[in-house]
Each structure stands twice: as C-alpha cells, then as structure tokens.
Write a protein that binds this ligand. Structure first.
Ligand SMILES: Cc1cc2nc3c(=O)[nH]c(=O)nc-3n(C[C@H](O)[C@H](O)[C@H](O)COP(=O)(O)OP(=O)(O)OC[C@H]3O[C@@H](n4cnc5c(N)ncnc54)[C@H](O)[C@@H]3O)c2cc1C
Length: 642
C-alpha cells in the first residue's frame, strides 16, 4: 500500500546552538520585545484553560496583552488538568540525593528513548525549579515535611525524589493557582473569558494564524474571532482509543483543524499506556480510572508464579509470588518507566498469570508498606486514591491488593513546534500536551504538569513577543478567508446533522477505539497496522453514511459536539497507524513486535529513525517531513533499567 509520500526534511530554525546551559538565556536575549505600552494594542487568543492555557493566559494578561480565552467546559477550572494526581517534577534537590538540572535533563532524554530534542529538554529541566517557586507563591498547598520544607516522592524512571505533590490532587491544586491568576485578570478586564465555546476552525490569512471559528455550545451560534496570534493549549488526544484515563471531553479537534490548515503533526503514534489503571469491568464502560504512579513508591507489583492460579491473594505464599518488576529490573524495581512497566504487565498476563476477571490484571500490594509505615502514614499519602479505588471496585485496598492493568493515558505526539513553541503556521503557537513536546517516545511521570506550566508561565510569554513585535497586524474581518472558514464550519455541522442514519456517535467511537487498542495499542505489528488502516477507513465511510445525530445545531447538542470530535478522531487514527507503520523500530511507548531485543525489550534503530516524524496534511496521502535529532550531551544508548 502506498500510504504516504516523503517530503523535504524540516529544521527547527529557532533553536539556538552552543553551550546547552545558556541556550535559553541567549534565545530570550535575542528575541524582540514589545514595550509595555504597545502590548495593550495586541490581542492573543488562547484556546484552552488547563495548566498550559490557564498559565499562559494569566501571564500574557499580566504582561499587558489583551487575551481572549476559550474552553468548552462551563468553567476554566474544569479543564482536564484538574484530574492530574501524582505530582510535578522539579530539580530542586531538596533531598540532597544527587539530583540536579542535568540529571533531570538526562533522565528525560533517556526516558523518552532518545526521541526528544536536547535543547528543549534542558530548558524544561532549568525551568522546573522556577515553576515550583511560582506555584508556592500563588499558595498551592504542596505537601510538606515535618520541618516545613516541601516534601518529595519518586516517580518512574528516576532514582531520586523530585516529585512535588499535593496528596493525590496535584493537578487540581496547581490548576486552582493558575485559575485564580486568570480570574484576577478577568476581573481586571485583561482576559475576556469565553467558556462553553468550542473552536472548530483556524483562520489563516496571508499565511498567518489570525483567529478561530467557534461555536457557542449553548446557543449554537457560529462566529469568527480575531487576534494577532493564536495559542492552542487544547490538551491531548488519548480518547481516540475511546477508553482512556482522560476526561471524556478530551479530543483532537482544535489541533486537527490546525493540521488541516497547514500545521505539521509530529509523532502521532507516540502514545503512552499507563501501567496502573483500574482494569476494565465491562463492555459498557466509557472511561478508565488511573491509579497514580506515585503508588508505585510504596506498592509492590506482583502476580502468582504459576499460570491459572485462582487462589485469593492472601492465600498465595510469598515464595509462590513473582514480584516481576523487582526481579527483572533490580535497580529501578517498581519504579521503572511506564512503557516498561506496561509491557511487563502485558507479558505476565499473556503467560496466563494475570489476576481478576479475564486474567487482565496484576496486583499492586501495600501490605509491606502498611506493616512498615503504619496504615495512618499510607492513608496520609494516598488516602484519596485508596478511597477512589474502593468506590469503583468495592474492594478495600488497605486489606486486599489493588488490581491494576495498563490503559491509554497520554499522547507525546501533537502539533510540531519549534524551540519558540511556534507551529509551521506563523502566529500559531502550541503549548502543553497539544504540542509534540519534550517527552520523546515516552513521558516520565510528573513531567506533563512540568512541561505544561513551563510552556505557559515561562516559555511562551517570552517567545511570543518575538512574533508580536511585528504586530499589530491589519484588520482581516472582511477578508474572504474569514467567511470561508466560518462557512466551512456551518457546512460541516449541517452535514453531520443531515446524515440522519441509524448508529450512535458513541457506537462508532467505541468501535474505532477497539481497533486502535487491538492493533495500535501496547504492541504493534506490520500486519496489524495494515489491517487497522483498512478497518478505520471502512468505519469512517460508514460513519458518514449511518451516523445519527439527534436534535439541531441551534441549541445545546452534545451529540453534535461528539460527532464532530469523532469525525476528527477517524482522520487522526489513520495518521497514527500510518506513523506507527512507517516507524519500523520500537521506541518508548511505540513497541513494534518485529523490533525487540532477545529478552523482549524495545529495539531502536537510531540510524534509520533518529528523527521526529512531522506529517503534512494534503487531503490525499500525508507527506512525511523528518527533523533529524542530534545528541551532543546524552548519547543514545540501549535504555536499561536493570
Ligand atoms: C488521570 C490523569 C492523571 C494525571 N496525573 C498527572 C500527574 O500526576 N503529573 C503529571 O505531570 N501529569 C499527569 N497527567 C497528565 C496531565 O494531567 C496532562 O498532560 C495535562 O494536564 C494537560 O494539560 P493541558 O493544559 O495541556 O491540557 P488540558 O488540561 O487537557 O486542557 C485542555 C483545554 O483545552 C480546551 N479545549 C480543547 N479543545 C478545545 C476546542 N476545540 N475549543 C475550545 N477549547 C478547547 C479544554 O476546554 C481545556 O480547557 C495526568 C493525566 C491524567 C489523565
């Protein structure tokens, strides 16, 4: 099958070279500035109010720009970031356990399986220390030790404790900080907040991103909104798999619409499967629940040593248990990175040693920790997670081990951006999980919040000025491109409503997710991916013939909202599979069965695939532009956690 064409390589023209320690400082110094009086004349649209968008909007408004913020929830503080549980990394070295900016940089490049840019990752590690200071100053109630210092715990892929946390609600507390900073600016009139508005198109005029087309989700009215620059902070696309740990609303529409308008989409196949989720309980489930990685600090992962052992966990003696992560990876033990822990869980289940219904589960056991620390200490650290587990499963994890299984959790892929976080469309910036980011082929735990806040509080506010210094740009409200973009949205909504078929949007989404999980999930093969592309195309055609969207467009219509998002998921799913098929190597979360070491670990092919795959939308076959990755500091090696 001729699935894609190969185009010209792409280069990050904004990336500075020289000593890595001073690259960010030099880039900031080289960037043009906008004087405070002129900032009032410049407008920036920010789509998304999660940690990335919320922090960016607050900071830009604080700096004096006029900001217009959009989200589809009824309040900015309901963004999916609120679900983040375990923590946020920062190289503060409060524990004096050998941490440093360089070590966080090293761990992240290695953890990402050498598929991220060194310059970006180094900047992220540098900024990590500022983020924690910023959040503490805002009043974020991080956990503290007895003496009053901020407490830390460990996350996967690190041998130091650098994860700052607020019980199991770190995302919520951080988001309240960003949200309050936003609210202050809303009250001051510097941010115009548009909740319950969904961006359905990007407006590009004279080659620049100049606005968006939005639908008011309450009244159904469709309008074109303008700015001098547009920032997408619209989150990740894990819900293409239908079942994931993401909030149900998470979708790809904002970034996919920009992709169709010319923004390259990078590494779409790099999706993260998280090892510790509550296993699926039935075919009618619509969402999976994460049990934070922080639990692996104290919980021990095990399965029975022999297959088909149906005894209760308490009846299985110690010498008949296999603490397989501790056995296979003695140096990192239960804290190996997510891709490794997920695959190991799959292997033991494939061997028939899985536990619980269908044998798709492994134990996460706190008995040792409770014996060692006491129930009170475990409750203080993880109480809300234990409670959540008990409510969902009806089992008490203080008494019986949790059962967990891998599930889709995060997407490392996203819109391609340069060092300035600018996409291939001038004036379109992309931050947070929506960009292809700094995590390479596998994100380390507690690094998404770090990246989203680094982007929003520190990187974007500096780099966007370099672009805005050329503004304000001419009025475009009567340009034909604007009318065309708005009309395209209206036509698409009409088309979705007029199919009037006999299948629900959810039934299509569920089936698409099943195909993705089966053939493009934890293990991928050439045969499976080829089959998936055929199935996705068939299902996509059927969608446009048989989907049933009740109601009208002139009212609150959540079926219509979902239909548009699922239509975009179909197009994205095909690109994910093409990307996964073309990358004939294993790297991080992308495990190609044909490319593994004799002991079943991921086998990269740096000579052939040491690049970022940035895809161009053509309407026909996608075009691959590759950005070569060079490593001057952390040299690619076989990633070992043994
Ligand atoms: C259960 C769970 C736990 C996690 N725990 C951790 C953790 O402990 N540590 C960590 O580092 N990471 C964690 N993560 C990952 C992390 O939470 C996310 O990567 C991060 O919060 C994403 O932030 P964001 O600002 O990029 O996007 P989001 O928080 O997803 O926000 C997206 C915003 O965009 C808006 N939006 C999207 N599309 C449109 C549109 N078309 N029109 C208008 N608005 C739109 C939404 O309304 C929303 O406001 C966790 C993830 C999950 C699922």
């Amino acid at each position: 099958m001729h699935l894609f064409d190969v185009g010209e390589p792409i280069r990050d023209r904004a990336a500075p070279d020289g000593e890595i320690e001073t690259r960010w400082e030099r880039r900031r110094f080289g960037a043009r500035l906008v004087n405070p009086a002129n900032r009032r004349k410049l407008t920036v649209i920010v789509v998304g109010t999660g940690l990335a968008g919320g922090s960016a909007a607050a900071t830009l408004a604080e700096a004096g720009y006029r900001v217009r913020s959009y989200c589809y929830q009824d309040s900015p503080r309901r963004a999916h970031s609120i679900a983040a549980q375990g923590g946020i990394n920062a190289a503060k070295n409060y524990r004096n356990d050998g941490d440093s900016i360089y070590r966080l940089f090293y761990d992240t490049v290695k953890g990402g399986d050498f598929r991220a840019r060194e310059s970006n990752v180094y900047r992220l590690a540098q900024l990590s220390v500022n983020i924690v200071d910023q959040c503490v100053a805002q009043g974020v109630p991080f956990a503290r030790e007895y003496g009053g210092l901020l407490d830390n715990r460990s996350f996967g892929g690190a041998q130091v404790s650098r994860t700052f946390y607020a019980r199991g609600q770190t995302g919520q507390q951080l988001l309240l900080g960003a949200y309050q900073a936003m609210e202050r600016q809303i009250a001051a009139g510097n941010i115009e907040m548009n909740a319950r508005h969904e961006m359905l198109e990007l407006i590009v005029v004279d080659g620049r991103a100049r606005g968006i087309v939005v639908r008011d989700l309450v009244t159904g009215s469709v309008s074109a909104e303008f700015a001098d620059a547009v920032v997408l902070a619209s989150g990740g696309y894990g819900n293409v798999f239908f079942l994931s740990t993401n909030a149900k609303g998470c979708n790809v529409t904002a970034t996919w619409r920009a992709h169709r308008k010319g923004a390259l989409f990078a590494n779409p196949c790099f999706t993260q499967i998280h090892p510790t989720c509550i296993p699926e309980s039935g075919t009618h489930q619509s969402k999976l629940t994460l049990m934070s990685e922080s639990l692996r600090n104290d919980g021990r992962v095990w399965v029975p040593s022999r297959a088909s052992d149906s005894r209760q966990p308490a009846d299985i003696p110690e010498d008949e248990r296999d603490y397989y992560l501790e056995r296979i990876y003695p140096s990192f033990g239960n804290l190996v990175p997510r891709d490794i822990a997920s695959r190991a869980a799959k292997h033991v289940c494939d061997e028939g040693r899985g536990v619980g219904p269908g044998g798709l589960g492994v134990y996460l056991d706190f008995a040792d920790a409770i014996r060692r620390l006491g129930r009170g200490a475990v409750e203080a650290k993880y109480g809300n997670l234990f409670e959540m587990y008990q409510r969902i499963t009806g089992e008490d994890p203080y008494v019986v081990p949790m059962r967990i299984y891998p599930a889709v959790h995060y997407t490392m892929g996203g819109l391609w951006v340069d060092y300035d976080l600018q996409s291939t469309i001038p004036g379109l910036f992309v931050i947070g999980e929506a960009n292809f980011s700094d995590h390479g082929a596998n994100r380390l735990g507690a690094s998404a919040l770090m990246q989203g806040l680094a982007d929003g509080y520190f990187v974007l506010p500096n780099t966007i000025s370099n672009y805005l210094a050329a503004g304000p740009f001419p009025d475009i409200s009567d340009r034909a491109e604007v009318a065309r973009a708005r009309q395209a949205v209206v036509d698409r909504l009409d088309r979705l409503l007029s199919v009037d078929g006999d299948r629900t949007v959810d039934s299509f989404h569920r089936e698409l997710g099943h195909v993705m999980w089966e053939y493009c999930g934890m293990e991928r093969t050439e045969e499976g991916l080829t089959k998936a592309i055929g199935l996705i195309r068939g299902l996509h055609d059927e969608f446009w013939q048989r989907v049933k969207v009740p109601g009208t467009g002139e009212q609150l219509n959540q079926n219509l909202e979902k239909a548009g998002r699922v239509a975009d998921f179909f197009e994205l799913a095909e690109l994910i599979c093409i990307d996964a098929l073309h990358r004939r190597e294993s790297a991080g979360g992308h495990f190609r069965a044909e490319s593994q070491t004799p002991d079943g670990e991921a086998l990269r092919h740096d000579d052939e695939f040491g690049y970022v795959a940035a895809w161009e939308f053509t309407g026909d076959r996608p075009v691959l532009h590759s950005e070569d990755l060079t490593f001057e500091y952390v040299h690619p090696s076989t990633r070992s956690y043994k």
